[in-house]
Ligand binder design. Sequence first.
Ligand code: UGA
Length: 442
Amino acid sequence: MNIGVIGLGYVGMATSLAFALHRHQVIGVDRQRDKVELLIQGKLPFFERDMQEHLISLQSDGFLSFTDKLSACVCQSDILFLCVGTPTSPDGNADLQDLFRVVQDLQEIWDSCPPLNGCLLVIKSTVPVGTADIVQEMLSRYGVSVASNPEFLREGCALSDALLPSRIVIGTYDSHSRSILETLYLPFQVPKVHTSPREAELIKYASNAFLATKISFVNELARLSERLGTDIVTVAEGMGMDPRIGQSYLGAGIGYGGSCFPKDVQAIIRQAEASGERLGILERVADVNESQIEWVIRQWKRLIPDLRGKRVGVLGLAFKPGTDDLRASPALALVEAFLREGADVTAFDPLAMEAARSILPEVRFARQAIDVCEGAHAVVLATEWEPFLHLDWQTVKKVMASPVLLDGRNAWPKQELLRLGFRYAGVGRGVGQPIDETGKMG
Ligand code: UGA
C-alpha cells in the first residue's frame, strides 16, 4: 500500500519505519523543514533505539521517503496516518491546533486535487473523545473515511513496540475502513480490538491514565511506608505477585514524566469536567505526582538537612532511560529543587546533556558518571540508566566528600550499599545508616 505519515515525532517515525519494514511504500511529511532535511540525509533528529539503522536502509531500499510538502505526501497515499503532537494547552485540555491545521490543509489540497478513491485518514495522535467525529464531518464531502487507531508505544523501545504492540485498537465508522486496516495489520500477530472511533480514543486515554494511577498509587503508598517503617520495594513486589495486580508500573520514585502521562491525565480530567463528570481519582493521581519531588526532598533532608552550598551529583536527566527526551522530566524538576535549596549541582546523562545545557544554566555537566561523585556531599539517582546501577561503589565512596546516596528510582542495592558504609535513602524505604560487619546499624 502507499502510506502517508503526517508528523514525524516518535509516533510518526515508529509508524513510518514499522510499515516500511513490512514492505509498504511510506512517505513521511513534517512541516519542520530542518527535521525533514536531517531525515533525508538519514539522520534521526532524536535518539531512539534501532531506528537509525533502519532509517538508512529503508531509504536506500526505496521503501521510505520524506518531504516537507503535505500535498506531495497526500496525493500519492491510499492511507494517511495523522501523527502530529497534541500537547497540553494552558487550561489542561489537549491542544489540537496542529491537528486541525493539518485537516484544513487537507481540505485545501483536496479542493484542487481530489483524494485517491477510497482514501482513509487514520488518527494516531492522542486526541480527546469526539475528535474523529469532527474530522470525519470536515472531510465527508471528499469521500474520505476517518478512523482512530491509537498508538501505545513507549519511548526507548518505540520501534519494537510499533512492530509488536500489546494490542491494535481499530476504531472505524464503516466496514470499508475496517477491512483496509484489517488487511494492513494482518501480518502483525497480536490481539486486535475493533471499536467505534470514540471508544478507541477513550481506550488510549484510559490506558495511560491507568498506568499513571498505578505509579501515583505506589508513590502515595511510599509515603505511608516511610511512616510505618516498611520498604515500599518489598511491599510492591509482594503485591505485584498477584497476577491481577502485576509488577509493572509499581516502581515508586520521583514521579512520572515524559510527553504523555502528565498531559493525558490532565486532558482526560478536563474532558470529563466538560462532560459533567468528575474524575476524582485521576485528580489525586496528578496531585501526588506534582507534589512527589517536594515530598522526596523533605525525606532526604533527614540525611542531609542543610543543602546550602553542598555539592550534589545528579545521575540522569532524561525522563526515563533509553531516551534523550527531557519533556516533563522529573529528573530536571529534581535538579531544580536542589538548586532552590541552595545546592551546587553537577549532573551527567549519557544522552540528554546537550539539550539540558540551555535549560539548566546553573548546573555543571560532567563527562562521565564518576565525575559527578567527585567531592559530592550526596549523589542522586534521578534516571535509572543501566550503567548507573553498577557503579564501582568503592571508588564512588572514596571520591565523595560524604558517603550519602539518594536513590530517586529505588534502583540501587540498598543493603549492599549500607554494608559498604554508605548512608542511603530511597523513596519509601526509610533512611538507612551504614551496617557494620556484625550486621548492626552504625
Ligand atoms: C507511555 C505509555 O507507556 C505508552 O504505552 C504510550 O503509548 C505513551 O506513553 C504515549 O502515550 O505515547 P512513555 O511516555 O514513553 O510511554 O513512558 P513510560 O515508559 O510509560 O514511562 C512514563 C513515566 O513513568 C516515566 O517518567 C517513568 O520513569 C515513570 N514510571 C514508570 C515510574 O515512575 N514508575 C514505574 O513503575 C514505571
